[in-house]
Design a protein. Structure first.
Length: 317
């Protein structure tokens, strides 16, 4: 993996990703950085808005919010959720995640152009329906304005079967979906319980054991979420077999930051960073890269032997 500096605006597409796509063994993980390009909030904005909902209902006050401001976003969100549950108040997560200022980003259309397996840790449905406009009055009516029905959601652990990985275009909502509020992994306790769940553990072991994986939209703000996922994937002993990649942007003055992260992720989790420049388009550069790469990743059918193995293993579950 190239470690040249300064980074290119559009990094070279690793040959391993091309081969995996052609053999039907490519999976793409999609994080919050992608949804931010369509106007969804950051984790910090999400947590602050949840606390503000509580303050607007006089459940807490703005002094409480100020005292919590030094905590990281996941802790603030966990505290907001716990206070809401204690007080019998239901946070409006639909309103919290919807874009306040929608953009014209086409990144989800470009991602769907690839047609591989997708795993997302986002709650929204933009990956499911990237080309439609949405009405967002509540999660039960979260449907495309075109009137088409939503495809079947895979968002609960009991749906995380091996065969979900064998159908090109399948979308696995690893942390739940806004469509099914009870499936959403929000608090620290939720995360701990989720990653002990047998279905989740088996799913991730299968994924990292047999697929080449590309992470998109996972910046430093989502490092904790990313590591929850990666800890469940066994590190490949053969360092010459690269099967985990991550697109991540850097400014030209961040060479040392890149070098430290490159070494950390490659040595700890076997993840190789495909670095790109943020100097010209900032984080919108990611969309240009996905547009370019999506035109060069040709997804083929899974190998027959792999299909048969998956079917037999699923039958044993």
């Amino acid at each position: 993996m190239s470690t040249t500096w300064p980074p290119r605006q559009i990094p070279f597409l690793p040959e391993e990703l091309k081969i995996a796509a052609s053999e039907g063994n490519l999976a793409i993980f999609i994080g919050a950085g992608v949804s931010r390009l369509v106007g969804c909030p950051s984790w910090g904005e999400f947590a602050d808005s949840a606390l503000k909902q509580l303050a607007d209902k006089d459940i807490i006050n703005f002094s409480d919010i100020q005292q919590l401001s030094h905590l990281d976003a996941k802790k603030r969100l966990s505290i907001a959720s716990q206070i809401a549950n204690t007080e019998g108040f239901q946070l409006d997560y639909q309103k919290l995640i919807e874009p306040q200022v929608p953009t014209n980003s086409q990144i989800y259309s470009y991602l769907n152009r690839i047609g591989c397996i997708y795993i997302t840790t986002n709650y929204d449905l933009y990956l499911d329906y990237p080309t439609y406009s949405y009405t967002l009055p509540d999660s039960s009516s979260f449907v495309p304005q075109s009137g088409k029905k939503l495809k079947e959601l895979i968002c609960r652990p009991d749906q995380f079967k091996r065969l979900a990985l064998r159908t090109p275009g399948n979308i696995v909502h690893l942390h739940g979906s806004i469509k099914e509020r009870e499936s959403m992994i929000i608090t620290t306790v939720d995360y701990l319980e989720h990653y002990r769940n047998e279905y989740v553990v088996n799913f991730l072991e299968e994924l990292f054991g047999h697929y080449t994986v590309l992470f998109i939209g996972y910046g430093l703000e989502e490092a904790e979420i990313l590591e929850h996922v990666l800890r469940k994937g066994k590190l490949n002993i053969d360092k010459t077999l690269r099967r985990r990649f991550m697109l991540q942007g850097f400014y030209s003055h961040q060479q040392r930051t890149f070098e430290h992260l490159h070494n950390y992720y490659s040595r700890t989790f076997g993840v190789y960073i495909c670095h790109f420049s943020l100097d010209y388009l900032n984080h919108a550069q990611l969309e240009k890269i996905v547009d370019d790469w999506s035109q060069n990743l040709k997804v083929g059918e899974p190998l027959l032997a792999d299909d048969l193995k998956a079917i037999l293993e699923a039958a044993d579950e």
